[in-house]
Write a protein of this length. Sequence first.
Length: 172
Amino acid sequence: MSDRSFLQWPFFEDEHRALALKLEDWAKAELIDYSATPANVDLACKELVLKLADAGWLDYCVSKKFEGGNPKLNVRSLCIIRETLARFSGLADFVFAMQGLGSGTISFFGSAEMQEKYLPDVRKGGEIAAFALTEPDAGSDAAAITTTAKKDHDSFLLNGEKTLISNGGIAD
Ligand SMILES: Cc1cc2nc3c(=O)[nH]c(=O)nc-3n(C[C@H](O)[C@H](O)[C@H](O)COP(=O)(O)OP(=O)(O)OC[C@H]3O[C@@H](n4cnc5c(N)ncnc54)[C@H](O)[C@@H]3O)c2cc1C
């Protein structure tokens, strides 16, 4: 049993402690097959997205502003969820983190139309998210990116090269 005494730290509230216990039970039962690296990682990621969505865990990493729910993300809940998932399955933690990271800019800065179009599907596991910042010559120095986005009628034309993009091969 891992040391979970940190849950008693004063900046956690009872809702966080209850969340940790509930997720711990769920992870024990549901992530047993994902504790080691699966033979087909892409397939496992797709399964895990749906599993996490069905259990409601993706609710925590996507703003529900346009579904009448909580528009804000609770960062302490995100930390507890990631800490718990990672102890049972690194891949489950990765999948959870990527759904949030890949849709985060839309949650925070997207237009109402964009949020309505993408966020419900990301939350329900119907679409897999990714975040493509890194380029062959732009890693830590994000300002060095050379990809361009040119307005083309009602869409954008993107030109450039990305590398090291998590979910890059399976993202929607
Ligand atoms: C498993 C994995 C998954 C990834 N997934 C994604 C993803 O989904 N989306 C995405 O956009 N990117 C992703 N990345 C890319 C990741 O974000 C970059 O690797 C990161 O930004 C660092 O860039 P770099 O590898 O080019 O290293 P560099 O920026 O070249 O840095 C090399 C080294 O120099 C150090 N360094 C850099 N700048 C400074 C400085 N100013 N002062 C002191 N030290 C410095 C760094 O700490 C590092 O040790 C992923 C990377 C990995 C390994």
